[in-house]
Design a binder for this molecule. Structure first.
Ligand SMILES: Cc1cc2nc3c(=O)[nH]c(=O)nc-3n(C[C@H](O)[C@H](O)[C@H](O)COP(=O)(O)OP(=O)(O)OC[C@H]3O[C@@H](n4cnc5c(N)ncnc54)[C@H](O)[C@@H]3O)c2cc1C
Length: 454
């Protein structure tokens, strides 16, 4: 059997390639850079461990457990500490714990009495017509009120998408939230009633899912996949052409393939020249997918130079607080071995759609911006003992209003062009677990296709 070509060696492409080899389907994975992992990049320097991209995986699906067990990584997985359940939101430049129980909600200073009373009215607000595509901001203002948008959803969206609630589509970016309203007529009722269904399916909601990494960071996962697939991986190969002729695929170089999986960012998909039985197919419409830029600024400090107890996952900065950064993860509180004894490690994010111009600053300037926030919010006094800055110019795709047309375009092409498949963060969701599920499901679709055609 000719191998399947997997284009893109991020977690999506790696997962798909691994799953296909497990069922005996030959693959070749092409990656343009000199390493696999994509945006997952762990840097170990002295006794500091910095994540340039993602920090944690949410265990919402049993598929991730299977992947870890198949790779023999169970012993190396580390769940976040119990204190990571605490999340802080900054209000009046001070970190305030996000309430985790109805009683804590009633007493929290994070929301005013008016905002709390407004939330209690949520189950009585009528659902929007199913065919209306609303922005996340409009949806939240309508169901939960303005203050909830400013002090809960706005910072949360900065943490997940680095995006803008006024532009994100609630149906595309938060499909479960949209479905809760459509199905139960209320987010609060839907949360309670939906829990039973999730229990039956074995899935866990994102807010209740355990979070984990590995002893040597998330790079452990992609390194292990890279190791298992080392015979199949070709690094330093940027693929720009796909040609299907007489039923077989070629990539503008030697060798034929039985199918192609594109596991690439949208801006790379858009550049791909595809020809199917002598007819050109343009993917350029995918250039319309907007990406948010993000700079990760990882700083180490002596423990005594930070006043805050750092007893949580991190602190998110609402836009109305007018700080320089989007928020900070308390990395060394989440997992062990992130900083030397007596020190702490903090990972802050700058830019996003809130302030995209900031990612063009120099590393020194970015550190200064973050230091100013850390001083105000967490009471950081001393100079950093460690710093690592990494800029993602096009980090996270924005599932904005109208995003459905991009997904429909990819789905329709998969149906109409035999042997061409799409997966990854611009098709199936922006979190790591979404990418892992996406790679897994793409492998199933490819295996089914090959069964039918061979
Ligand atoms: C700063 C940041 C923080 C994040 N934090 C989290 C988090 O904590 N938790 C979470 O769940 N998610 C997080 N995410 C999201 C998550 O990391 C991504 O959605 C996921 O890793 C995307 O994987 P992917 O394989 O789809 O894409 P990518 O990782 O982008 O991989 C695509 C690969 O394709 C390669 N490529 C590009 N063009 C070509 C070509 N022409 N030929 C061959 N190869 C090519 C690239 O070099 C790259 O290796 C974060 C993302 C960023 C940027």
């Amino acid at each position: 059997m000719k191998p399947v070509a997997i284009i893109g060696g991020g977690i999506t492409g790696l997962t798909a390639a691994f799953k296909l080899t497990q069922v005996g389907i030959p693959v070749t994975l092409f990656e343009s850079t000199d390493r696999v992992g994509g945006v997952i990049q762990t840097v170990r320097d002295r006794d500091y461990l910095a994540e340039c991209g993602p920090n944690t995986i949410l265990e919402t699906s049993p598929l991730i457990g299977e992947l870890i067990s198949d790779l023999g990584l169970e012993e190396r997985r580390i769940y976040s500490s119990d204190q990571a359940e605490n999340r802080y939101i900054v209000r009046d430049k001070r970190p305030v714990k996000l309430p985790r129980s109805p009683l804590a909600f009633l007493t929290t200073p994070l929301f005013s009495y008016r905002a709390k009373a407004r939330l209690l009215a949520e189950p009585f607000i009528r659902r929007a017509p199913a065919d209306v595509e609303e922005s996340l901001a409009k949806f939240v203002r309508r169901r939960l009120g303005r203050e909830f948008l400013d002090y809960a959803i706005n910072p949360f969206v900065a943490g997940v998408y680095s995006g803008a609630p006024e532009q994100l589509s609630v149906r595309e970016a938060f499909p479960k939230l949209h479905a809760l309203e459509q199905r139960y007529g209320s987010l609060i009722l839907g949360q309670v009633l939906g829990a039973r269904e999730r229990k039956r399916s074995g899935n866990v909601s994102k807010q209740n899912a355990p979070k984990f990494s590995f002893d040597q960071g998330l790079g452990t996962l992609t390194d292990a996949l890279g190791q298992r697939l080392k015979e199949q991986i070709r690094t330093g190969q940027a693929i720009g052409k796909l040609i299907k002729q007489n039923g077989a695929w070629s990539l503008g170089q030697a060798g034929e393939h039985s199918g192609v999986l594109l596991a690439l960012p949208a801006f790379r998909l858009a550049e791909m020249q595809v020809t199917c039985e002598s007819k050109p197919i343009s993917l350029s419409m995918l250039a319309g997918i907007q990406y948010a830029p993000v700079a990760s600024v990882v700083l180490g400090f002596r423990r005594e130079d930070v006043k805050h107890p750092l007893d949580g996952f991190g602190a998110l900065n609402p836009e109305v607080e007018q700080l320089n950064s989007l928020g900070t993860i308390f990395s060394s509180s989440l997992f062990p071995n992130r900083a030397p004894l007596g020190q702490v490690l903090l990972t802050s994010y700058v830019g996003g759609l809130r302030a995209p111009h900031l990612v063009s600053k120099t590393p020194d300037e970015l550190c200064k911006l973050v230091m100013a926030d850390l001083k105000t919010v967490l009471g950081v006094n001393g100079e950093p003992t460690y710093r690592h800055v990494f800029v993602h110019r096009r980090a996270i795709p924005q599932y904005d209003i109208g995003y459905g047309r991009f997904k429909t375009f990819m789905n329709d092409l998969e149906k109409s062009v035999n042997g061409l498949f799409f997966a990854g963060h611009c098709r199936d969701g922006v979190s790591l677990i979404d990418s892992i599920i996406s790679g897994h499901e793409a492998a199933d679709r490819i295996a089914n296709h090959l069964k039918k055609t061979n």
